[in-house]
Design a protein around this ligand. Structure first.
Ligand code: HMH
Length: 244
């Protein structure tokens, strides 16, 4: 990070008196975007695919389609998270950023193995899955985010949004009154567990901190990426449930 930026840390004022790093600014932005795009946020996090898991009416073929396509997604997610790790190690002054993202990477390693075991349970082979169009589109988007021109704040907001949509979605299937079929509980716990929620909260904290210091143009880009991720998530659920 440039020396000039370091001087601005901790909510300091610039020499010209402007207050571009006011503490809590990032927090306000994220909360504001969730509010502003509430319709899309709810479509992404309480999608019929998820509600059908929760009420026990999901059909096996939808779940299998989701599992196969999400394996493709997670494989493409790994290089994206690696690119984010690189950005964090170069651009962040906070040690916790690299540690938290690295923890996410380690979890993905285990997750890829989980997909294989889970697939075997459902008699699926993950070797030669054909990516459907929503998966292709999402993977292309991830590739774009890997570019060095995409700044750390924008990539971090994208990452937080992706993880949070899954956390909020799958935790709906675990609440009281949910009739999630027992054979789907393990899936729901992977993303709906309290520990995944804590992890998402730490990603949020990092994203907010990035936005504390962001320029206006970065804020616009970050909001656009937030919206785009929500849309891609809705498309992914639609594809899984074949509602598109
Ligand atoms: C489509 N979005 C999609 N798949 C995932 N596994 C996640 C987000 C979260 O990790």
């Amino acid at each position: 990070m440039a020396g000039g930026d370091q001087q601005l840390e901790g909510g300091a004022r610039k020499m010209d008196g402007s207050d571009s790093t006011k503490a809590g600014r990032g927090q306000e932005f994220l909360a504001g975007w969730i509010d502003e795009h509430r319709g899309m946020y709810d479509r992404a996090t309480a999608h019929p695919f998820i509600l059908n898991i929760r009420d026990g009416t999901i059909d096996v073929s939808s779940f299998k389609r989701w599992l196969e396509q999400d394996y493709i997604f997670v494989r493409a997610f790994v290089p994206f998270v690696a690119s984010l790790l690189l950005k964090a190690s170069r651009e962040s002054n906070e040690e916790e950023d690299v540690e938290i993202i690295l923890g996410g990477m380690a979890a993905l390693h285990e997750e890829l193995r989980w997909f294989k075991t889970e697939a075997a349970k459902w008699d699926l082979l993950l070797g030669n899955i054909i990516p459907l169009s929503a998966t292709q589109e999402y993977c292309r988007f991830l590739k774009g985010l890997e570019e060095p021109e995409v700044n750390y704040a924008m990539a971090m907001v994208a990452f937080w949004t992706m993880e949070t949509v899954y956390q909020e979605s799958f935790s709906l299937c675990l609440g009281t009154g949910s009739k999630t079929p027992p054979e789907l509980l393990e899936t729901c716990l992977r993303w709906g567990s309290p520990s995944f929620k804590i992890y998402c909260a730490s990603l949020r904290r990092i994203a907010e901190r990035c936005l504390d210091k962001a320029q206006d143009i970065s804020l616009l880009n970050a909001e656009a990426v937030f919206q785009r991720v929500l849309q891609l998530e809705v498309n992914f659920w639609d594809m899984s449930g074949l509602n598109c």
